[in-house]
Design a protein around this ligand. Structure first.
Ligand SMILES: Cc1cc2nc3c(=O)[nH]c(=O)nc-3n(C[C@H](O)[C@H](O)[C@H](O)COP(=O)(O)OP(=O)(O)OC[C@H]3O[C@@H](n4cnc5c(N)ncnc54)[C@H](O)[C@@H]3O)c2cc1C
Ligand code: SF4
Length: 327
């Protein structure tokens, strides 16, 4: 299939980039590892590709004065995976980044693109004019739904959110900064994502003339432990069939605060508030772990071919919590 034609611009300032994006149908290009595939496969069309690769302020990892980290949206996944600062202070993020795709894609792909990438539902990526593309049917519902979601579909669209870094970032309570014609605004990453029940054609709150510029991580709390684990169908590069990002803050041996975020589970990085409630205020003993696992999967709604995910998440969550209890 040939690539439809479009113009290409590489602005030198954020303001100029936003002006270009304000013209009808323009799209942001960061590393292009996802965007070019979408254009080639006609998932959507564009008249103008706006490369943000010339915006140097959007690169790099820096300490914030509060003791956290600022990661520019153009920082590559490889830089994050290989950063000692990230792996020492935010190990689940380093792990998530190191599990993305292949070494080549990690060197080309950026964290901003990773958080904004389009879903991988094979109907959406194929020649099916499904609900998410403005059609009137979800082909996955009665079709090949083995990799689709078990939470959060709203019985509308069954995609899973594809990023390996987003679950860890939500677990660490990261904030993102979004720049648009009226300036910039910060918001919790958790609130950046949109469920099908809110808007079936959007994955994030971003407007077409807005750019995600940076990610801000708060300082890791004292006594916190965290992890990310991903299970994929193939050993080589592949998206998460299931993933679990955990962040637990202990006071003595009691869990004082926690975030449990599942990937490959829902159209957004899925916070299991039921699991968080079961853990909070308790010791990480086998009985607490069992209650947490039960609570996390209690409201799962598997489709005809993805019921295996319920057992998979149960096993992963149990093993990851046991590992944190031992550490
Ligand atoms: C073969 C293959 C395997 C992959 N495997 C994985 C995997 O295992 N795990 C995983 O998490 N990902 C995976 N990916 C997805 C993805 O390509 C990478 O994660 C990468 O990080 C995307 O970054 P990019 O800079 O190339 O994004 P681009 O392709 O440039 O952009 C992706 C999307 O985000 C938008 N965008 C990009 N940056 C911004 C910004 N700053 N502000 C607003 N919008 C923006 C673009 O308009 C586009 O719609 C895979 C991709 C491929 C092709
Ligand atoms: S799950 Fe969503 S993206 Fe996939 S076919 Fe259904 S509506 Fe389309």
């Amino acid at each position: 299939m040939s690539m439809p034609t479009f113009s290409y611009v590489r602005p030198r300032s954020l303001k100029e980039a936003i002006q270009h994006l304000s013209s009808d149908g323009a799209r942001v290009h960061a590393g292009g590892t996802d965007l070019l595939g979408c254009l080639r496969d006609n998932v959507f069309v564009t008249r103008k590709v706006v490369s943000i690769s010339g915006l140097k302020d959007l690169r790099g990892i820096q300490d914030t004065k509060e003791g956290g980290l600022r990661i520019g949206a153009l920082t590559t996944i490889a830089e994050i995976a290989n950063s000692k600062t990230v792996s020492d202070r935010y190990p689940a993020l380093a792990r998530g980044a190191s599990e993305v795709a292949s070494p080549q894609l990690r060197h080309q792909g950026t964290i901003g693109g990773n958080l904004c990438q389009k879903p991988r539902c094979w109907y959406y990526r194929g020649e099916f004019h499904c609900l998410r593309k403005g059609g009137n049917t979800c082909y996955a519902y009665q079709g090949e739904n083995q990799y689709h979601c078990i939470f959060g579909s709203g019985h509308i669209c069954y995609i899973v959110h594809p990023s390996d870094t987003a679950p860890a970032l939500v677990a660490y309570e990261a904030t993102v900064r979004v720049a648009g014609p009226r300036g910039t605004k910060p918001l919790p990453l958790e609130k950046f994502y949109v469920l099908p029940g809110q808007n079936v054609q959007k994955e994030t709150i971003l407007k077409s003339n807005e750019i995600l510029t940076e990610i801000l991580l708060p300082p890791p709390p004292k006594g916190s432990r965290s992890s990310y684990r991903k299970v994929r169908a193939r050993q080589s590069w592949d998206f998460a069939v299931a993933g679990v990002a955990l962040s637990l803050k202990f006071n003595e041996d009691l869990v004082e605060k926690t975030r449990v975020v599942l990937s490959g589970a829902a159209p957004i990085p899925w916070r299991s508030k039921e699991a968080e409630q079961a853990l909070t205020g308790n010791r990480l003993k086998p009985a607490t772990i069992k209650r947490t696992v039960d609570a996390a999967l209690k409201n799962a709604e598997p489709l005809e071919k993805n019921g295996y995910k319920v057992q998979l998440f149960r096993g992963m969550l149990e093993e990851e919590l046991q590992a944190i209890a031992r550490s």
